[in-house]
Design a protein around this ligand. Sequence first.
Ligand code: HEM
Length: 235
Amino acid sequence: MNALAKPPASKIQPKGIFQTSVGKKIIIAITGIFLIGFVFGHMLGHLQMFAGADKYNSYAKMLKDLGPLLWIIRLALLALFVIHIKYTIQVTVENRKARPVPYYNQKTQVASLASRTMIVSGIIIVTFVIYHLLHFTMHVTHPEYANMTDSQGRVNVYAMMISAFQTPLLLVSYLVAVGLLCFHLSHGIFSVLQTLGLNHPKIDKKVKLTSQALSAFLFIGYASVPIAIFFKVIQ
Ligand code: HEM
């Protein structure tokens, strides 16, 4: 058969919605919403450091006492993370294949710096999360955390936090990582809202401002705890 000839209509397989670019963007948006939810929840949990050791350690214990449910949540989070990254890579590769040469006179001033660096900031976030788990959850980088318990025999996560953020290098690394995460989300939240329908020139500016405000709030929430520890406001 002539290579250029079109296959008969009966042989053309219809694409499933999640194989199309729109479908993949919906998957990226939905997984993104859950991940953003986790990131906000985690930040609010950390703010309890300001309420003292007892409150923070009992919060950490309450999470650990979830037992098998905690593992279900962890695996679900991991799956969301992997799916989000897989589809983001696919869409990026497909877009590049569809348009190998960028538009002449590309209006890059319209695309924000955050949107143009999503892949790079994403890779740094993945690296941070891996380090973060080795640090606080698995205690690989700091084996001495394994013996930290409080007077009630609970894991002393409060003491781990105090110990970690005495070190300027750890303080700066966490602030940079969380700063990059919030930079990533300043476009990520905007993108999710657009995919879910808040997509009209009349409201674009407001949606963008809302995304930036939420990201700034997240950054302040995350950064406040290590900074307060370093400057002995929390001790
Ligand atoms: C200043 C920033 C942060 C601090 C101080 C911090 C602190 C902590 C601590 C102390 C734990 C261990 C809790 C425990 O053992 O009970 C933890 C767990 C964790 N953190 Fe963070 N975190 C920060 C930012 C983040 C960010 C930005 C992410 C994700 C993007 C993240 C993801 C996780 C995950 C997945 C866990 C494991 C939860 C589990 O036990 O299953 N953290 N974090």
